[in-house]
Design a protein around this ligand. Sequence first.
Ligand SMILES: [Mn+2]
Length: 306
Amino acid sequence: MIVHHWDTDGISSAAIYIKMHGEDELFTPKIGNFYLDREDFNTVKKADKVVILDMNLPDASKVCKYADVYIYDHHRAKKVECAKEHYNPYLMGMMYPSCTTVLMERFSYEPDYLVALGIIGDKGPGAKKIEEWKIVEKVMKDENLNEDELQLAVELLDSSFKMNNREEVKENVHLALNGMEDILENEKLHRNLEYISKEIEKWSNRAEDMGKYAFLEMQSPYMIISSVTRRIAWGRKKPAIVVNHKDDRDEFYIRFPNNEHSVLPLIEIAKNKSYNAGGKDEVMGAILPPGKGRDFAKEILEVLGW
Ligand SMILES: [Mn+2]
């Protein structure tokens, strides 16, 4: 079984893994959960072999009791000792831009559109500033693709998780395997995109300028807090803090567009409160009990001295 992240990097990574190792059952955790809840765990534990891609699942070591576990990832993580293989350059002190670049290195996979999609998916416009942009440039040349097409493909693939459609996320792995044209011409994904773009735009326009940062409190059932936060932070070129109130949870996001701060201490604060939180250098997300978002935002602002 392949357990993969629901975003473009996770989808492209699953596609690369299938290309290298053959078809396998696909599984993505409940969208928004960077862990396996009981139901998900019970599904995953039935497999004999579990390959985890582009996710730092805290439950990975529990899965070892039931299955051979292989992990390929690029998030900050602690080594999972019981895994048959835990390949994450971070464990050797290196940050890779995407899980697709990790797989490329580990399995000597020739860079192609799938690798490029992972990089652009995870790094956004910042991808141009990193060394691995060379890979994207080479792929564009070799496969006669342009940046807009790659960017659009990322948005189309990401539209499924934003619509909260877990089945479609899995379908997208095979869509991605079919090639760029199939992604770019998929009507269902285009309809998602249209709907979701409106929703993202509506909310990000409502963010308040607080001087040093921008702040938004929103209420949307879709998985768009990450995109909304990106759009605010990148659009206004200042840190963005967003709270989304959902029926069963509050979501919290903070993004520093210019790496002004490290989010690591902030992740620690969330974890000390037993919130599920994670992130990379410039971005952090957390899931809070319903109604806790505003208080948590206040606490973070105090820590930042804003
Ligand atoms: Mn990733």
